[in-house]
Design a protein around this ligand. Sequence first.
Ligand SMILES: Cc1cc2nc3c(=O)[nH]c(=O)nc-3n(C[C@H](O)[C@H](O)[C@H](O)COP(=O)(O)OP(=O)(O)OC[C@H]3O[C@@H](n4cnc5c(N)ncnc54)[C@H](O)[C@@H]3O)c2cc1C
Length: 411
Amino acid sequence: MANPLLSDRNVEFLLREVFDTAGLLELPAFADHTLEGCEMYVQNARKFAREKLYPAYKPMDEAPARLEGGQVYVHPLMRELYPRMVELGTITATRPASVGGAGLPIFVATLANSYLMAANLSAYGFFGLTTGAGRLLESFGSPELQQRYMARMYSGEWTGSMALTEPHAGSSLTDVKTTAKETEAGHYLVRGSKIFISGGDHDMTDNVVHLTLARIEGAPPGIKGVSLFAIPKKRFVDAAAGAGALVPNDVQVAGLIHKIGWRGLPSLALNFGEENDCHGWLVGEPHRGISYMFQLMNEARIMVGLNGVSTASVAYQESLEYARTRPQGRPLTAKNPDAPQVPIIEHADVRRMLLRQKAIVEGGLCLVATAARFNDVAEHGATKEEGADAFALLDVLTPIVKSFPADYVFV
Ligand SMILES: Cc1cc2nc3c(=O)[nH]c(=O)nc-3n(C[C@H](O)[C@H](O)[C@H](O)COP(=O)(O)OP(=O)(O)OC[C@H]3O[C@@H](n4cnc5c(N)ncnc54)[C@H](O)[C@@H]3O)c2cc1C
């Protein structure tokens, strides 16, 4: 039997019985949605995940992206999946109608995304990153940057990436060294090297917008001197008007980083400004880059936790099917050595291990869904107090959600 990825009954249990989804939809921000509409969104994601994404997982993992002549080429299956996932609404499901989104609760999108991630985390990665990059511009970018970059990422015309990490600056982003020099034309000239940039280049769309941390010349040292920039792989010839043909913006792919797993999503080393011609546009105010990142930290933590839960779920379903079909040994009470072997799921210790997996997956999904629901109320609570209470609870919960993959699955 094909791997079902998640237990539908469990997802429906969360949607209909554990959480008061109908109550959530009474908040003014979700007034346009019905419970049936939310269920349909989850069902569409489930169907697509099972029929299209999961069958592409193995081929994409076996033949990862290639780097040729400075250009990254993804697996042909990923190129086919990309427009279908845009159509499914994956990028803008939770964004408001004012920016072209469906305005669904993050809680509902979380349940839908659990199927997409369980089926093919690499394919989902392009979308999670694009939403994240667009979201930074939606929250902190100028109307021009929103029109030029956010709108094109939200429509799926271009994708986005997060370019934070440098060879010497991983956990410690305080040590970011990439520099940005202001010009009279309104843009900055950016120079520096980034590593581990997921989805930082590909051949699915004409352009990639890198939301990049860099230090403006003369900025204070440490965390309070790091700014956020939008840096496209290709810029418009008429940069001031955001119009005309697209020309290279001096962003070079320096190398492909090989990974164990999650190989369908390229991870790259990028060099900005090797020819001193990389144009970047400041997002928000100078020196506030890290604080902008942190304001979206709770959503990022929910996504990372869901990665872990979804991966654990698809592994559990694999174990379950194997245990149901692998014959080995006989029950302890069987006296006849010629009696047929039983499937290993009949053995108490195998059942114990399967139940442990099941408890981790179901408890983990419930935990992530709880955080997602708090996030919805924190952002859209009916009263200020309701929102503040949910935000406080979310802040307590998300560090636990984020550590889910490491603490509960792999240990
Ligand atoms: C699959 C994957 C995708 C990624 N995608 C992106 C991306 O798209 N964009 C991007 O910018 N980056 C990306 N990264 C990079 C990621 O952000 C960094 O790996 C991360 O910030 C950690 O940095 P590091 O690998 O240099 O580890 P280090 O910072 O060197 O940490 C190594 C270990 O030391 C611990 N440690 C470090 N400092 C401390 C401290 N002060 N106290 C206690 N413990 C500490 C860490 O917890 C860790 O266990 C990705 C990484 C991975 C694995």
